[in-house]
Ligand binder design. Structure first.
Ligand code: HSE
Length: 448
């Protein structure tokens, strides 16, 4: 059978990886897919660089619309990124009846509802394994491998840049700014690393996973997003002393209503630094690696680990999508795996909960005067609000501030509580004259 023809929009790191892996493994891929898969046309503004990457046998153009307009092209791979022209081109490719493969998590997390609806109308597939956790087949696992399960929660380290920074801060006791500069010098972080360090990239990815896990629409605008820029080296150290590591987690959790506690049902969707017990496997995911834990009612807890970025790891995911589409594109559209795992007319309207309704436990660091009664004042506020303490750590003032210091750090770990209640406690504690600096609050996840 004639090879399936693929057009590639944007040939940077991932595009050239995709081209190279497809060429290198073409025999095996053909045996798996049932027919050959060939990139026959590439669009890139830098045509000379693109031609050098793919060789003379592939047509290179500067205009992406020429690829979409080519009737011989069956699948369009979008590797341009961003929400601007990429969105237009994806919608035009769908309208032209092409299947689309994309690594663009930002685009799908923000405009996924519109894009999947357009694809559904046209009977084409939009595949996005490469958009979440690079080479880890987590979309496939959530959408197909775990399909028997009612998924209760998932939590992932899904941004390699921030995991690299946190690993270096812990290993070397360095502060955030110093490690960020190193990461940029080493080429791990972008020149503008805002989306990574502010948690936005992780929030795009966990938004996509939440839709697949719970059958809700993609709702990036409802996600709570907090990055790692405010994390202090001393909190990483205290967390370690208490048996925890700090990781930037993307969390999606199904919450049952609890009438007695005044809690409604809904979905927690959040990205923030989290204390994770050091003995969990995920706490030991270091450097730029990614990992995702998924808890299903039948399977229990599962863990997926691997490279979340890079040329060939991401190409591995792009090509897996090409193979899936090659196998399925002649099948009746209604019989294919739905884009978001649930049938489009069977999506749930379960609410994404505001952060004030989220339930989690906390690490608090208070800089306090080292004098009698301070601990009682602080714990009195927590007790009055029904917040239960799990552990307390207080350092000698000398140890924290040097010889003769009169202030010390008071570290408190709490049991689960509603975030809104914790906010009240923080306001009250912050108002105490004996609390000398802004209180540091980091959420804690036991992941069981
Ligand atoms: N910027 C991402 C990361 C890689 O640091 O993990 C691509 O998703």
């Amino acid at each position: 059978m004639k090879a399936i023809q693929v057009g590639l929009l944007g040939i940077g790191t991932v595009g050239s990886g995709t081209f190279n892996v497809l060429q290198r493994n073409q025999e095996e891929i053909k045996r798996r897919a049932g027919r050959g898969i060939e990139i026959t046309m590439v669009a890139d503004l830098d045509t000379a660089r693109a031609q050098a990457a793919v060789g003379a046998g592939v047509q290179v153009v500067a205009d992406a619309r020429a690829v979409i307009a080519n009737p011989d092209i069956d699948i369009v791979i979008e590797l341009i990124g961003g929400y601007g022209i990429a969105k237009q081109l994806v919608l035009e490719a769908i309208e032209a009846g092409k299947h689309v493969v994309t690594a663009n998590k930002a685009l799908l997390a923000v405009h996924g509802t519109e894009i999947f609806a357009a694809a559904h109308r046209k009977g084409v597939m939009v595949a996005f394994e490469a958009a979440v956790a690079g080479g880890i087949p987590i979309i496939k696992a959530l959408r197909e491998g775990l399909t028997a399960n009612r998924i209760q929660w998932l939590a992932g380290i899904i941004n390699g840049t921030t995991n690299f920074i946190l690993s270096e801060m812990r290993d070397k006791g360095l502060d955030f700014g110093t490690v960020l500069k190193q990461a940029q010098a080493l080429g791990y972080a972008e020149a503008d690393p805002t989306f990574d360090i502010e948690g936005v990239d992780a929030a795009h990815k966990v938004t996509l996973m939440s839709a697949i896990a719970f059958g809700i629409p993609v709702q990036f605008d409802k996600a709570y997003v907090e990055g790692i820029t405010q994390l202090g080296a001393q909190d990483i150290k205290y967390a370690e002393q208490l048996g925890y590591r700090i990781k930037l987690l993307g969390i999606a959790k199904r919450r049952q209503a609890d009438v007695a506690k005044g809690m409604a049902d809904g979905i927690e969707l959040r990205v923030h630094p989290s204390l994770v017990p050091a003995k969990r496997l995920i706490a030991n995911v270091e450097g730029a690696m990614n990992a995702v834990m998924v808890h299903g009612d039948a399977v229990g807890t599962t863990l997926y680990y691997g490279k979340g970025a890079g040329s060939e790891p991401t190409a591995s995911a792009v090509i897996a999508d090409l193979v899936d589409i090659t196998r399925l594109h002649t099948a009746d559209a209604a019989q294919r795996v739905p884009h978001l795992a649930f049938q489009p007319d069977a999506m749930s309207d379960l609410r994404v909960l505001p952060m004030s309704e989220v339930v989690t436990s906390y690490y608090l660091r208070l800089s306090v005067s080292d004098q009698p009664g301070v601990l009682a004042q602080v714990t009195g506020i927590l007790a009055a609000l029904g917040i239960s303490i799990d552990a307390v750590l207080q350092r000698e003032a000398d140890e924290v501030g040097g010889e003769g210091a009169t202030a010390t750090d008071l570290i408190i770990l709490t049991h689960d509580t509603v975030e809104g209640t914790m906010n009240q406690a923080l306001t009250q504690m912050q108002a105490l004259p004996t609390v000398l600096a802004p209180i540091v609050r980091i959420r804690k996840e036991e992941l069981v």
